[in-house]
Structure formats: C-alpha cells, structure tokens
Write a protein that binds this ligand. Structure first.
Ligand code: C5P
Length: 244
C-alpha cells in the first residue's frame, strides 16, 4: 500500500497515483455504505466483483464509442483509469419507478415510467446530494448547457446499451447512476468521458422472472446475500466463471 501515493479515499474505492502522468489506479474496497454513510458494512468479495463488472461494462462502452476513463484492469481489485476533472454531478437514469423517485412522486415500485428519465444531483455528502435543475447547474458553473446536452445524450446511449446487455442476462435495468469527468486535449479543449464505476452498487437490477433484487438495495434494505447477488450478476454476464 505504501508503494503508491494515495490521491483520494472514497466510500467504496481508493484512488492512487498511476504509473504514468494522467493516470490513476482505482482500488475497489469491500466496504459498503448507504444512507449517506449512516449504514456501513464490509462485504467480503464485493470489491473484486465490482472491479470485474465495471471493467466488463466500461470495455463494452468504449467499444461502442462511449468514451470512458477506463484503460485496463490491473488485478483482482484494481484498474488503471485516466485522471479526469470530475463534474460534481451524479446523473441518474430511470426506466422503472424505484427508490427516491417512487417516494418523491408516490409511485409504486416496479411501475414502468412513461419514458426514460434523466435526473441530476449535486455531489455533496454534507448536503446529501440534492437534486438540481439545469438552472442550478449552469448558474453555479458546475457544467455548461452543452455539457448537460452531452451528458443526457451519453446517459441515454448507456441506458440503451446496458438495458440490452442486462436483458440478455435475464436482468431488468431499473435505474442507475453515472458520473462524468473532463479530459483536456493538447489545446486544452475539454471532452466529457464516463468516470467512476458501473456496478450493482450504482444500478438497480431485478431478476426478470422473479423481480428479485440483485443490487445494493439488498444491503440498504437488509435483504441478505448481497455478494451472492452481485456474483450472480457477474455469472449471468459471462464473467467471473471461476470463483474468487
Ligand atoms: O436513491 P435513488 O432512487 O435516487 O437512486 C437511483 C439510482 O442511483 C440507484 O440505482 C442507486 O443505486 C444509484 N445511486 C448511486 N449513488 C448515489 C445515489 C444513487 O449509485 N449516491
């Protein structure tokens, strides 16, 4: 651990200085937190699963032309990524009512939404990530109108792609959260790329046949078998055939 400089430690990941300038090593921990850190646990093996699932999805997204920060997986718990300037927003895409949208609008969990909905939240733990509008985003200079258009377009492409990917594995993609970052070219022109991770920690995934939850709601709602569910997601996607 002391071999590399720690840049940042988050709830589920540690970022270290990478081997080349402009790169970082993302280390996936087994820690799980929910309700803005009020609930904690260590779920053995979760980091390994999320590293692999995120690698799998990001690689596919890179291949279909959705730019991401992902470069390559280094080992069971670590991946090499590009260092980006993080946009301080969480972008949530929803296909089916669940979680906070169900609560906010009094919808039944599991009710399909009239169309896919993209929402923005300001990334700020102390404020518990409040939902924000385009007005807030541009007024406070978190992103430009062009950035917002680009984030919505990219998020909907990711949604189309991932909905199909998971449907092929017998899993319904209910909703998910994305984060974006900026990469600067030689002329200092910024380009938005997907950052962070895409895993059962950041998606709602329901078994198509039984509606059983296969995501972090198992932890949030004390449903048990959290890592087993994540392992089943990996198995159905055709990754992690070997154990561990
Ligand atoms: O809680 P809510 O219904 O708003 O969450 C929507 C989606 O975004 C869920 O898939 C949840 O796992 C994800 N999310 C996340 N990180 C947050 C908030 C939500 O990954 N800080």
């Amino acid at each position: 651990m002391s071999r590399r400089k720690k840049i940042y430690e988050g709830k589920a990941k540690i970022l270290y200085e990478g081997p080349e300038p402009g790169t970082l090593v993302a280390h996936f921990k087994d820690d799980a937190t929910a309700f803005n850190n009020k609930k904690h646990a260590t779920l053995e093996g979760k980091g390994v699963l999320n590293n692999r699932i995120s690698e799998f999805i990001m690689t596919h997204l890179n291949n279909i032309g959705v730019p991401t920060h992902f470069i390559r997986r280094l080992n069971m718990r670590e991946q090499l990524v590009r260092e980006v300037e993080i946009v301080p927003l969480e972008v949530v895409v929803r296909n089916v009512a669940a979680g906070s949208i169900a609560k906010r609008f009094g919808l039944e969990e599991g009710e399909p939404l009239p169309r896919s909905i993209v929402e923005f939240y300001y990334k700020n733990d102390a404020l518990e990530d409040p939902m924000v509008s385009e007005e807030h985003i541009t007024a406070f200079n978190w992103a430009t109108t062009q950035d917002i258009d680009d984030m919505i377009a990219l998020s909907l492409r990711v949604n189309d792609f991932m909905s199909g990917l998971f449907a092929g594995a017998g899993i319904r993609l209910i909703d998910f959260k994305l984060e974006f970052g900026r990469l600067y070219d030689q002329n200092d022109i910024p380009r938005l790329v997907l950052a962070d991770e895409i895993s059962p920690d950041s998606c709602r995934l329901w078994d198509m046949a039984t509606n059983e939850k296969m995501d972090k709601d198992r932890f949030r709602r004390d449903l048990g078998n959290v890592t087993e569910a994540y392992a089943e997601v990996a198995r159905r996607l055709g990754i992690m055939k070997e154990s561990g």
